[in-house]
Design a protein around this ligand. Structure first.
Ligand SMILES: Cc1cc2nc3c(=O)[nH]c(=O)nc-3n(C[C@H](O)[C@H](O)[C@H](O)COP(=O)(O)O)c2cc1C
Length: 233
């Protein structure tokens, strides 16, 4: 069978957009127009979801509104009264632990922060709440009665947002760090009752001069995670 029949005319562009995304942790200050963010979300709303429930809510912040949230969160981070966010279990499978350590070595290594320097690491973590200097910050939330299947929808939506951003030349960093300060954010943004923060996201143009403007994280080759069965060629 001729595979060309199944090739979308924009397939190469889509591949390039997917491959070009990086979690960017240093942004230029250039403002992003509201229309541009609106356009990104207008593309992302095409993401699929279980029974088309579309469980996403997005608060889009710029200017003073973004600065005000950052300020509140920086204070909460400095006070250190909230328990640390356990975004991964303590007992990670060895292969995942190795990848996590490799990520840490690449990220903190690029910033010249030693593994054992917890104070400097905390300062690096705090940059999350400044949206790494990006002109736009997004906060994604969900009705907390929903289950992991709706969170699956959410992951697809988030990737679609990041792809739509790349398609207009913008960069992103998805940030689970915001979930540490659930109540602070819910109160500050007046989220609907019973909503919880899924994550935040920085949006803007990468500062290519920064060592963390476009870090390249390794990926496993396909044969390390996929098992093919029943193929004749
Ligand atoms: C759901 C999710 C949450 C993340 N949270 C953070 C975060 O809070 N802070 C951060 O600096 N990076 C965060 N990241 C970025 C990951 O560290 C990054 O995607 C990973 O190291 C792979 O690198 P790459 O995205 O540049 O390919 C998050 C990524 C995802 C998908």
């Amino acid at each position: 069978m001729n595979n060309d029949r199944y090739t979308h005319p924009d397939a190469r562009v889509v591949d390039a957009v997917i491959r070009s995304r990086r979690a960017v942790r240093a942004f230029r200050q250039d403002a992003i127009a509201r229309d541009v963010v609106d356009q990104i979300l207008d593309v992302a709303r095409n993401a699929p979801s279980n029974a088309n429930t579309q469980p996403w809510r997005v608060d889009v912040l710029a200017g003073r509104e973004k600065a005000a949230l950052s300020e509140v969160l920086r204070r909460a981070h400095d006070e250190d009264l909230h328990p640390p966010l356990k975004y991964l279990p303590d007992l990670l499978p060895d292969t995942l632990r190795t990848r996590q350590e490799s990520f840490g070595a690449t990220y903190y290594g690029a910033l010249g922060v030693p593994k054992e320097d917890f104070q400097q690491r905390a300062r690096v973590t705090a940059r999350n709440f400044d949206f790494f200097g990006a002109p736009v910050g997004l906060i994604f939330s969900i009705d907390s009665t929903l289950t992991k299947f709706s969170w699956l929808d959410y992951g697809i939506f988030l990737q679609t947002v990041m792809m739509a951003a790349r398609a207009v030349g913008l960069d992103t960093c998805p940030q689970v760090s915001f979930a540490r300060f659930q109540n602070v954010i819910a109160e500050h943004l007046e989220l609907p009752s019973g909503f919880e923060v899924v994550c935040g996201m920085s949006l803007g143009l990468s500062d290519c001069d920064s060592p963390v403007g476009s870090l390249e994280m390794k990926r496993e080759p396909v044969q390390n995670f996929a098992r093919f069965r029943g193929f004749e060629s």
